[in-house]
Design a protein around this ligand. Structure first.
Ligand code: ACM
Length: 237
């Protein structure tokens, strides 16, 4: 199967424009599976929980309709991170849009630093979603530092870890190689690029999105500051 990892710079506070950009990026070349960064629709730093709620979507929200239709038309599965509102809860989630129009959600368990001011931690264990016989597991960014998240997905039968990220520490890309070796899984890490300066914080995201094989081979890796879509041919069997 052909997999695509999309590295881009989401625009802060502009979910509509980011969704449009994602559709444009997905339209350029076909793949069976695309993974995009964490919080791809909203940007990463929020002034407050209220601001994050105002930029959040529900899992069944119409904001995903365009991406979901394209996924169905093209026979692609698309995984992307977003701020998910659900009742009075707010999660840092990933959504998996399958070609049959179904949607699956993972809610980030291991919140990073100031995210705890804004989001609720995930309320359920990570699960595996089978699409055309390939078992996909979602994890979000800082989940990488806790070996249990990748191991839980591997024990549930995951072939591929779909890892949407907004990485700021230098170690993750190399640690994900270890996660692949110790669990015998593929991992697709889609990171963002750029700097956000808001709410008294400044963060620079490290790019270097990548695809890694179960033997720890680095199949492709992006640069630190360029918008890129990486492709790899893999055999999950
Ligand atoms: C992170 O978890 N976004 C660093």
């Amino acid at each position: 199967m052909k997999v695509g990892v999309i590295q881009f710079r989401p625009e802060c506070g502009a979910p509509g424009r980011n969704a449009g950009k994602i559709i444009d990026l997905l339209s350029r070349e076909r793949a069976d599976l695309f993974v995009l960064p964490e919080l791809s629709l909203s940007g990463y730093i929020f002034e407050s929980r209220e601001e994050a709620v105002s930029l959040a979507q529900t899992a069944d929200g119409t904001e995903f309709d365009g991406i979901s239709s394209l996924a169905s038309e093209r026979g692609s599965t698309v995984v992307l991170g977003f701020a998910e509102k659900c009742g009075d809860k707010l999660y840092n989630s990933s959504i998996l849009l399958a070609p049959d129009g179904s949607r699956s959600i993972y809610r980030k368990v291991q919140l990073f630093s100031d995210e705890k001011r804004v989001f609720d931690p995930g309320d359920r264990p990570p699960e595996v979603v089978a699409v055309s016989g390939v078992r996909l597991g979602m994890m979000v960014c800082f989940d990488w530092i806790f070996p249990e998240v990748a191991r839980t997905l591997a024990l549930a039968g995951a072939d591929i870890l779909c890892h949407s990220a907004n990485l700021v520490l230098p170690f993750c890309q190399d640690a994900m190689i270890t996660r692949c070796i110790e669990n015998r899984v593929f991992a697709l890490t889609a990171n963002r690029i750029g700097t956000e300066k808001r709410a008294g914080q400044q963060l620079t995201f490290t790019g270097r999105s990548q695809a890694v094989s179960p033997k720890g081979e680095l199949l492709v890796r992006a640069g630190t500051d360029s918008e890129e879509t990486l492709f790899a041919e893999i055999d999950p069997k």
